[in-house]
Design a protein around this ligand. Structure first.
Ligand code: NAD
Length: 908
């Protein structure tokens, strides 16, 4: 059996948010917005097709005997050398033996599939045993072109052979036709592209099916026998249509990866094939096609051996390892498409001596050092004398590969003065495991993230480009990896060092856990607890003392306080304990709580008051004096503890529910006073096992609901990392959700001068009750807006909003519909409008008709989200839709392209 025996992938770490291209160039080329979804991959400044091919090939060779390779094929349309065997550089970087064949495949985007067919043919003929095929492309496209949006950089590598075959080769079929969808003259940087519709209709949708059907016929198969269909095509709809035409539904079609990296040129059919292999099960048939002046089609059947493949980065892994940027100018600079001033330092001579490069080719391209045959000490570079002072043997060095040896950073620096495309220039000493060290340039990293002791992997990169002679020079650089978790330095954690926290009711349950965790995080904690019974009666000091002892045993700092939160003096004393001991208070967690459950009839005032005193007044008594200090400090974090009983209701807990919802009101008002001092107040509704819940929760739930699960979000909201203010979160186990008070869109009954009758209310009940498009309202003044707006005289309202109301826009949409512009259009536009006039409407355009309905459609083509005032401005022509989109005022989900129809379909 012959076929694919291994695969490897490489998508460069950098991704450009496509919207940033539009944001920078949309003024010039507005239409590019239609393909501005997701992100595209792009090379770091020191990467090119060759370096990417080396990375993919190393990934592919992992776990395989690389010296068994007897041919290397390298496919690309962006080879760094027009005349120097690029596959030869690839072979040297991989440290493969000299007695092998090597060839470059170029000049067409299907060079990758062609190289693969040639490799398979050579193995099938018995000429070769193991052939490495690498395909890679870093294509340049003109700024603001569709191609800049569509394309991405990337590489793929496949090993072809006759042992441990993971995908058996069933056969191939090729069409060669000089169809010129684009071309690049040999003296040009950019492609010249022909009309898109013609490329789609005459090229992709005819030539790909011809090759695929040709192969199926040759193999006596039908599309029913194929499990995954692979072919690149950057026209998303055409991609689906071609598959449909071939009889393959969306479940068979491998995604063209537009959203995650873009089309990687020559590499793309192989990148997509690897994506299919990564998910394949034994027995799956994969049909892959590569388009370009014709089309290659190949078919494989996945074998059981796919399960034994050693773990590798692959395409999946390199897609996950990414860094996304919005910096479009950096993208252009990294591709040499802009030329900022670099100063005279950049003019230093860059000529490479071919003599030295040849003599030291294994060292410079293959990172081969030496290992002393006498004492076993590795060293880089290889010298005549062993570096081990106890050995010092002469001419004892044997070649030793360092590229795959784990290493760590010993020292490093960030140099702002050195010439660098991406300053600062970061470099330092790296130490290889088992011995050997050298001064390396670091790449794919930010200076701030680099740490001594950090692991690095070696990566083959472009070290220089000699403009005068057109020569790319390569060497190895170190790529810092994330620190292993346990070695991560404390500074990166969210901590509370130097901060003072007050936790009320901290002698047991949730409060105890919060206190312990805060202390572990470096906070000094006032552990307050009255030490009473579950109903608030009695008192004692042992509860608080015990938690303080626990904290001290952990090496933390804590002080006990036994006051009741239920009195103003108690609250003041608690805060004074913090101020007298440590002079500040940064965190207050209002947590103390009791229960006195009774149905309303049996709820005597004493039980009502006791519960309100601890929960509601208690929070007031402690928060008020603490707030004085926080305001003075200009920093504070406050937590209220509510309950699902208050947020949603519970039988027999009118006192508790009232107090708990009262705390939400307290927070809502306090957040308005707190925000400008960087004081944040938030509310938690926990679910945890404690003495308050032991007879409420079923035993199996009680077991699982450990208070430790609640602490992380409470501590997060208490940290300076959190900027939330006025939020409510439910939390229990590892589940978190935000709760909020929502207000429906409502409606005006009458004209605001005549009091509505009961019958008017009855008639309008559905509208009054409607919560479609309900919104959160930030404060009391904002809550009056819908009411005031609803009765504003029409003229005034028009002046303020610049047009009619949201409802009026939708009311008039059917009239504004232009049937003649709707031929063949079948779409549903969902509008989700927020703000006081907000709500949800959907507009169905089909068979030349238009219907506007209130509410949400379950499968809209395009969803448009906007604030009411912006929507009105846009619909009345005062806000340009493109400007609204690029500024984030208009959000579009689903089919972006179809949203462009709105302007044509409606004349308002
Ligand atoms: P818990 O009974 O274990 O802890 C409450 C602590 O508050 C006790 O140690 C108690 O002595 C102390 N306390 C009571 N009155 C006090 C006072 N006047 N002054 C100072 N301390 C006083 O209960 P828990 O479950 O850890 O509850 C903590 C908070 O969480 C309470 O506000 C409770 O209402 C709330 N809550 C808990 C749950 C849950 O599932 N456990 C659910 C919703 C809300």
């Amino acid at each position: 059996m012959i076929g694919i025996t291994s695969f490897g992938g490489y998508i460069p770490r950098l991704r450009l948010n496509r919207m940033s291209i539009f944001q920078n160039m949309g003024w010039f080329a507005p239409a590019i917005v239609t393909v501005a979804q997701g992100e595209r991959s792009f090379c770091n400044w020191d990467e090119d097709s060759l370096t990417m091919a080396v990375a993919a090939a190393r990934d592919c060779l992992s776990g395989r005997d690389k010296q068994a390779t007897d041919a290397v094929f390298f496919a690309s349309t962006t080879l760094p050398f027009a005349d120097r065997l690029n596959a030869g550089i690839l072979k040297t970087a991989l440290n493969l033996k000299d007695d092998l064949g090597a060839a470059d495949f170029a000049s067409t985007l299907r060079a990758g599939t062609t190289a693969l067919i040639e490799a398979l043919t050579a193995v099938k003929a018995g000429e070769k045993k193991q052939v490495l095929v690498a395909a890679s492309d870093k294509r340049l496209a003109r700024s603001a072109s569709f191609y800049e949006m569509w394309e991405g950089d990337g590489a793929a590598a496949l090993l072809v052979g006759d042992t441990d075959v993971i995908a058996e080769y069933l056969g191939s079929f090729t069409i060669t036709r000089d169809f010129i969808d684009h071309f690049r003259g040999s003296d040009r940087q950019f492609d010249y592209t022909w009309e898109e519709r013609w490329v789609r209709d005459e090229g992709y949708s005819k030539i790909i099916p011809e090759a695929v059907n040709g192969l199926l016929k040759k193999l006596s198969l039908t599309m029913d026998d194929v499990d995954r269909l692979v072919f690149p095509c950057f026209f998303k709809a055409e991609h689906r249509n071609i598959a449909k035409k071939l009889g393959a539904g969306p479940e068979k079609l491998v995604d063209n990866m537009h959203e995650v990296c873009g089309e990687t040129g020559t590499a793309h059919p192989l990148v997509m094939l690897i994506q299919a292999l990564e998910e394949a099960k034994p027995g799956d048939r994969i049909l892959a096609a590569g388009f370009g002046q014709g089309c290659d089609a190949l078919c494989f059947k996945v074998t059981e051996a796919v399960k034994n493949l050693t773990p590798r980065l692959g395409i999946k892994g390199s897609l996950a390892d990414k860094k996304t940027t919005d910096n479009y100018l950096k993208f252009l600079k990294f591709r040499d498409q802009i030329e900022p001033e670099t100063g005279i330092r950049a003019e230093a001579p860059t000529q490479t001596s071919m003599t030295v490069l040849y003599r030291k080719r294994d060292m410079l391209l293959g990172l081969v050092g030496g290992k002393c045959a006498k004492c076993g000490t590795p060293q880089f570079p290889r010298t005549r004398l062993c570096v081990n002072p106890d050995c010092r043997a002469l001419d004892s060095q044997e070649p030793h590969e360092f590229a795959d040896t784990p290493a760590k950073i010993k020292t490093f620096t960030g140099d702002m003065l050195a010439v660098s495309v991406d300053p600062p220039h970061v470099y330092g000493m790296i130490q290889f495991e088992g011995g050997g060290r050298f001064m390396a340039d670091f790449t794919d990293c930010e200076l701030n993230d680099v740490k001594v002791g950090q692991p690095v992997v070696m990566s083959f990169r472009r070290r220089l480009y000699d403009r005068q002679r057109g020569f790319s020079g390569y060497f190895w650089k170190a790529v810092p990896l994330p620190m292993p978790k346990e070695e991560a330095p404390a500074a990166e954690e969210i901590r509370f060092d130097g901060q003072v926290a007050i936790v009320t009711g901290a002698g047991a349950g949730l409060g105890r856990v919060y206190s312990l965790e805060l202390a572990k995080g470096g906070a000094k904690v006032v552990v307050n607890d009255l030490g009473g019974a579950r109903d608030g009666t009695g008192s004692g000091t042992s509860a608080a003392d015990q938690v303080v002892a626990e904290i001290k045993a952990l090496g933390g700092e804590a002080v006990a306080n036994y006051d009741s939160v239920a009195t103003p003096e108690g609250g003041q004393n608690i805060v004074d304990t913090a101020l007298k001991t440590w002079g500040r208070v940064d965190i207050v967690i209002n947590n103390a709580g009791i229960l006195r459950d009774k149905t309303l009839i049996k709820m005597e005032p004493e039980n009502w008051d006791a519960v309100l005193d601890v929960h509601l007044k208690g929070a007031y008594h402690v928060t008020r004096p603490a707030f004085v200090k926080m305001r003075e400090q200009g920093y504070g974090r406050i937590i209220m503890t509510t309950s699902a009983a208050g947020l949603y209701g519970n039988f027999g807990q009118t006192n508790y529910a009232a107090a708990k919802m009262g705390l939400v009101g307290f927070m809502n008002a306090l957040k308005q006073e707190a925000g400008k001092y960087d004081i944040k107040v938030n509310t938690i509704a926990p679910a945890a096992a404690s003495r308050l819940t032991e007879d409420i929760l079923p035993p199996e739930m009680f077991e699982k609901l450990k208070p430790e699960f609640v602490a992380p979000i409470v501590l997060y909201l208490c940290s300076n990392r959190s900027k939330e203010n006025g939020m409510i979160y439910n939390v229990g186990l590892g589940y978190f959700n935000r709760a909020a008070v929502l207000t429906g869109p409502g409606l005006a009954v009458g004209d605001g001068t005549k009091v509505p009758t009961l019958e008017d209310i009855h008639k309008n009940w559905a509208g009054i009750n409607d919560m479609t498009g309900a919104v959160e309202i930030p404060n009391v003044m904002a809550s009056f807006e819908p009411m005031l707006n609803a009765f504003q005289p029409k003229k005034e309202k028009a002046a303020e909003t610049g047009g009619p109301s949201v409802k009026a826009v939708f009311g008039g949409l059917e009239k504004a519909f232009q049937p003649e512009a709707a031929a063949g259009v079948d779409v549903v536009f969902q509008f989700n409008i927020s703000g006081p006039q907000g709500g949800s409407w959907f507009v169905t355009v089909k068979d030349g008709t238009c219907q506007v309905s209130a509410g949400a459609h379950d499968r809209p083509t395009t969803t448009i989200k906007m604030a009411d005032q912006d929507f009105i401005k846009m619909m009345s022509g005062q806000l340009n839709p493109m400007a609204a989109f690029s500024s984030g005022k208009l959000k579009i989900e689903g089919d972006l392209m179809k949203s462009q129809l709105i302007e044509k379909l409606f004349k308002i």
